[in-house]
Ligand binder design. Structure first.
Ligand code: SF4
Ligand code: SF4
Length: 108
């Protein structure tokens, strides 16, 4: 699942640009917002998603295994010290997974 940026949430801080190992997160010079310039080269590491302070980056499932009706949200919540993944299936079943940011830092 490659990433994309919600332009209205992005403030152009550049954290995603600095952390992307594939060098595909860039700041658009005209609108000063980040964008994934080459989704096909995304490693799907989600470092950018976890690093974004504004919840501006999300992931999009490929149509062959994630058909219409599903959604995946990733949120970094500094105040709680967590990163959460909320997965909604087509039958409206919802799973939410949490990981502590301190655990993430320890193993990266
Ligand atoms: S880390 Fe988030 S807010 Fe900062 S430039 Fe990237 S998408 Fe925008
Ligand atoms: S998921 Fe990883 S490789 Fe893909 S844009 Fe984000 S940081 Fe770069």
């Amino acid at each position: 699942m490659s990433t994309f940026v919600y332009m209205t949430r992005c403030d152009g801080c550049g954290h995603c640009v600095d952390i992307c190992p594939s060098d595909i997160m860039h700041i658009d010079e005209t609108i000063r917002r980040a964008k994934n310039i080459e989704p096909n080269f995304c490693w799907e590491c989600y470092s950018c998603v976890k690093a974004c302070p504004n919840h501006a980056i999300d992931v999009r499932g490929y149509a062959d295994f994630a058909p219409m009706g599903h959604s995946v949200r990733v949120r970094r919540e500094e105040e709680k010290g967590t990163i959460s993944w909320k997965i909604k299936f087509r039958n409206v079943l919802i799973f939410i997974y949490y990981i502590l940011i301190s655990f993430f830092i320890l193993f990266n």
